[in-house]
Design a protein around this ligand. Sequence first.
Ligand SMILES: NC(=O)c1ccc[n+]([C@@H]2O[C@H](COP(=O)([O-])OP(=O)(O)OC[C@H]3O[C@@H](n4cnc5c(N)ncnc54)[C@H](O)[C@@H]3O)[C@@H](O)[C@H]2O)c1
Length: 265
Amino acid sequence: MAEELFKNRAAIVTGAGVGIGFEIARQLALQGVSILLNDVSMGLAETAAEQIRSEGGVCKAYACDVGDVEAVRQMVGAAVEAFGQLDITVCNAGLTVWGDFFEYTPEMLERLISVNLRGSYFLAQAAARQMREQGSGGRILFMSSVTGHQSIQYLSGYSMTKAALEMLARNLVVELSPYGITVNCVAPGATVTPRNLADDPNYEAIWGRITPTGRVAFPADIANAALFFLSPAAAQVTGQTLIVDGGWSRISPTPSLDFVEKPKG
Ligand SMILES: NC(=O)c1ccc[n+]([C@@H]2O[C@H](COP(=O)([O-])OP(=O)(O)OC[C@H]3O[C@@H](n4cnc5c(N)ncnc54)[C@H](O)[C@@H]3O)[C@@H](O)[C@H]2O)c1
């Protein structure tokens, strides 16, 4: 992707200390975008920002819980203070709370809603207000999941939040298009991140076997799709979701979920 496409732009990427968010932040920075890199953990945010800076990117760490609406509004202010503008916002932070539907508790659902939905909704709102004021358009991206399309056991709450984000993107087209702001979703399938490897050290092999392309996704696969939506080249693409899952959702087999049924220790 030509570097000038992203020149003089500033972005917030949430939940970017590790995993998919980190790789999106890194790739944007390599294209010349100034990054406010968010994580709930200041330690993870700082380490990630330092890594991006060591590769020549402009990146500032910012710690807050995206479920905290006031903190999210302040984060948008901090991005504008640091870079003078905000052009791109990636609402990537999201929790997965596995659990049997019959045993699911209000607390479990509330955690999901706080981070996955309130966190994305009010960040998008704060970012869109800033972009409307700037008057030069913008890009908002929600991180959905293939589970917003296909059912996986024990993910009733999570999949509901991801499907909701996709509807939010479709709905916001009406109110954001007049300002040149696009709003889209990437829906990853099984992707190797530290969290998945902690759940199941054999994650890569197990999911690779049941994915038509013969492998799981890596954060770079998801970041490649994200960068298209975030680029000026995608100005006419809005309200869309791109599933990046190696074709898994066309057949949808599920591996053993032993780690949910028989938790460690
Ligand atoms: N990894 C996958 O297989 C996969 C598949 C589909 C969708 N997704 C979605 O992609 C996104 C990123 O997934 P991942 O596996 O890279 O993430 P992850 O679970 O590894 O978390 C990434 C970072 O988010 C941070 N975080 C957690 N709660 C936060 C909060 N409240 N505020 C700010 N930061 C917070 C964590 O500290 C962590 O550093 C999530 O929305 C996830 O639902 C991931």
